[in-house]
Ligand binder design. Sequence first.
Ligand code: ZN
Length: 380
Amino acid sequence: MTSRSDTVTPLPRARRAGKILPEHARAHNRSLVLQTLFHGGAMSRADLARETGLTRVTISDLVADLIVDRYVAERGFREAAGPGKPAILVDLDRDAHRIVGLDLSASDRFVGAVLTLDGEIVTRRDVAVPADRGAVVDTVTGLAGELVADAQATVLGIGVGTPGVVDEAGVVLAAPGLGWENLDLTGILTAALALPVLVANDANAAVLAEHTFGGAGDDVILVKIGRGVGAGLLAGGRPLAGARSAAGEIGHVTVGTDGGPDCACGKVGCLEAWVSVPSLSARLADLDVGAHDDELRDAGERLGIALAPIVGALDLSEIVLSGPEELLGGALSRAAAETVRTRTLATFHDELQVRMTEQGQDIVLRGAAVMVLSGRLGVL
Ligand SMILES: [Zn+2]
C-alpha cells in the first residue's frame, strides 16, 4: 500500500482552494438543515436525517449547535402514531428572529418593513424621498434604524432593494435617480446599525421573492415595470450578475429598427420608452378607451421582441411581470407571451409561462428578506 503523500500530485492552487474542507462541509450541512426546516416546517430529528440524507448523529449534533445559536428551537411532541416514545419536533426559531427590508425603488417614498422569516410583513414604515440629494443616505439610514427598533426580536439582517447597478459587495455603482455613484450603502448601513446588511438591485431582489415565496422555477426572468424597466434573472436557481453587475438592465435596449417613442436617454425606441409606466400611461391618456388594448398589445409585442432572445439564450421556462396589473395584466402580457413563443423554438419554449407576480407591491421587501435569509442562513 502506497502512502497518500507520495502519490498525490499537488493540485494547482485554484483547485486546492476549491477543495471541500471539513468546516465547509459543516457549514454546508448546517445550511441544509436550516433550508429543510425553512421549507418543511417543524419535524423530528429523524425526519431531518431522512430529508437531508445526513446521519442521525450528524443531525443531532448540528441541531444542538443551532439551538445554542438560537436559530432552531424545540416545538413540543408529535402525536404518537403507535407505541414508543413520541418524537420531539424542531423548527426554525421563527418568533425569535425578524428581518428588516427596504424598498428604495419608488420615486416618491422609501418603503420599509419588519418581516418574519416567512416573508410576512409585521410592521411597515415609509418616508418621503428628500428633494435634497445630500439627505438621501441619512433618510435611508433613519428608516432602517426605526424599523430595527420596531422589530422587538433579534434582527437577522437588513436587506435593501435599490434602483441602479449594485456590485457583489453591495456597493451601488450607479443609481442616477438617487444621485448615487460608487456609494458603499452596505458599509454605511453596517456602520450605522451594527447589523449584517445586504444590498441588491430592486429587480434582482424581486426575482428572489418570486423564487422563494412565489413558486417560480430555477430559470426565470422577472421584469419589473415601473418608472423604468429592469429585470432580475435566475439561471439554475442562481442569480445572474453579469460582467459589470448589470445583468437584467434591459430598459435601454432598442427594440426593432423602425423607430418608436423617444427615450429619456436620448435614443429612440428603447424598451423603457415602449413599456415604462409613465410612457405607457401618457400614450394611453391621448387615446380613446376603445383603442387602449391595441396600444397595450403593441407594447406587449415590443416587450416580447426584447425578451425572446433572452429566453432562447438562457432556456428560461418562465417570464414573470411585476408592475401595475391594470397596464400589464391583460392585452400586454398576452401579446408578450405570443410574441416570445412565435420568436423562439417551439419544441422547447411552447410551454413558456408568462404571468403577473402574485407578490404584489411588497415584492422587493420580500426579496430583501430572501437576501438576508440566503446571506445569513444559506436558505434560498
Ligand atoms: Zn433609452
